[in-house]
Design a protein around this ligand. Structure first.
Ligand SMILES: [Zn+2]
Length: 404
């Protein structure tokens, strides 16, 4: 039938006149099977207008949606050795890479961008699922490290947006090394006292969910997105049990404490902006006047907290985590002036504690015997002047003790 398609069709086209008609004007919703017009779908951020199903969203589109006024600067991800293992399955890895690069016009599966969300400086490392299923190889790991470095240098928050099938098989051990590398990178951000958020999108699986994606100060997720390590079928076959309905969805993960907030796509910029304003130091803008910064912070945190409590149902988990991370944040000598962020979190938790709703959360935290001790040190640290009752004695055996 080649002559029909190759000869007759072009002839007819030349007579009728070729028109630029997009191939798929209508798309079927995978959830409710409703028909969606491409323009409406675009306007609705790839969310089904019938049932609210969140389809995948292009990475550039997502960045434009999240950043204030859609403005951001892209940062180059450093080059990495290409195919050091000379891997070949049905196809050469280098060929697979070339195909993906041609298809997406990107070098690898990660994009590092910097801009503002709700007026707060943010660096985003976003996965491109179109590029080999967003798999994490050396280049992606490099992207996370680069993003974290820029966040620390520019005193910005760091937001990771995974959309990934996990580690990149074709890079073997090298892709697995990216797990600890990315963890160290995000720890760097935390050590600098900057917020690290994760926005979990469909799907977040494998090595990505086994590393940096589960270590955020706050975990946000899009409704219905798949979050897990191994797939449902694999687990069912291994443990020979039926898994519950909705297993590995964002909502299931929220109910079981993995995710803090399940947020519809359209509300993400606002929610992220509020959370960042709550945790970030605005004191930078006040030209180094620490007290002015703190006054502003306290005011904002109380306002933001009220807003969050009215709008977000799932925050107790975030509160729980904030209380936990507080234990690590407060310096041993109780010096709150030393760290703006510490003061901020102390304020946030004290606000929570005044509220009966949060009290239940705190009780769960302190009910277990192991945690009681920690909560005592928490109380001591809450007062700026008091020192902990027992200071750890310096051990002469330790090498660093001799150096002072
Ligand atoms: Zn639908």
């Amino acid at each position: 039938m080649n002559w029909l398609t190759n000869f007759i069709r072009p002839k007819i086209r030349s007579i009728v006149g070729a028109k630029d008609v997009p191939e798929n004007l209508w798309q079927k919703c995978p959830s409710c099977e409703g028909m969606l017009f491409h323009r409406d779908l675009n306007e609705n951020l790839n969310v089904c207008s019938h049932c609210g199903y969140h389809m995948k969203m292009g990475v550039m589109e997502r960045l434009r949606h999240l950043f204030d006024n859609g403005e951001f600067t892209r940062h180059k991800v450093p080059d990495v050795p290409v195919d050091p293992l000379r891997f070949k399955d049905k196809k050469k890895y280098t060929d697979r890479l070339k195909d993906a690069q041609h298809k997406t016009a990107e070098k690898d599966a990660i994009i590092v961008a910097e801009g503002k969300i709700g007026g707060n400086p943010v660096v985003i490392a976003a996965f491109n699922f179109e590029f080999m299923g967003g798999s994490m190889g050396a280049a992606v790991g490099e992207g996370i490290v680069r993003g974290a470095e820029i966040a620390v240098q520019h005193h910005a928050a760091f937001l990771a947006i995974p959309a990934s099938g996990g580690a990149r098989m074709q890079e073997g051990m090298i892709s697995l090394i990216q797990l600890p590398r990315s963890i160290i990178a995000v720890q760097m951000v935390k050590d600098a006292g900057l917020p690290y958020f994760v926005l979990l999108t469909d799907p977040t699986t494998g090595g990505v969910s086994a590393s940096f994606a589960m270590l955020g100060d706050v975990h946000l997720a899009e409704p219905g997105c798949m979050i897990g390590f191994a797939g449902k079928r694999v687990i069912e076959e291994t443990i020979r049990e039926q898994l519950p309905e909705g297993f590995q969805t964002a909502e299931y993960c929220r109910d079981h404490g993995v995710v803090d907030i399940v947020c519809p796509r359209k509300d993400l910029p606002q929610t992220l902006g509020n959370l960042l304003s709550l945790l970030m130091q605005r004191s930078l803008a006040t030209g180094g006047d620490r007290d002015a910064g703190r006054r502003q912070n306290n005011l904002e945190s109380s306002n933001s907290l009220k807003h969050l409590k009215n709008n977000v149902t799932a925050l107790p988990t975030a509160g729980k985590r904030a209380a936990k991370s507080l234990k690590n944040l407060v310096p041993a000598n109780g010096d709150l002036d030393g760290d703006h962020r510490t003061a901020r979190v102390v304020k946030m938790v004290s606000l929570m504690e005044q509220d009966p709703e949060w009290k239940t959360v705190r009780n769960i935290e302190t009910d277990t015997g192991r945690d009681t001790k920690k909560s005592k040190s928490l109380q001591i640290s809450n007062s700026p002047t008091a020192l902990p009752a027992v200071l750890p004695k310096p051990s002469p055996k330790k090498r660093y003790a001799a150096k002072g």
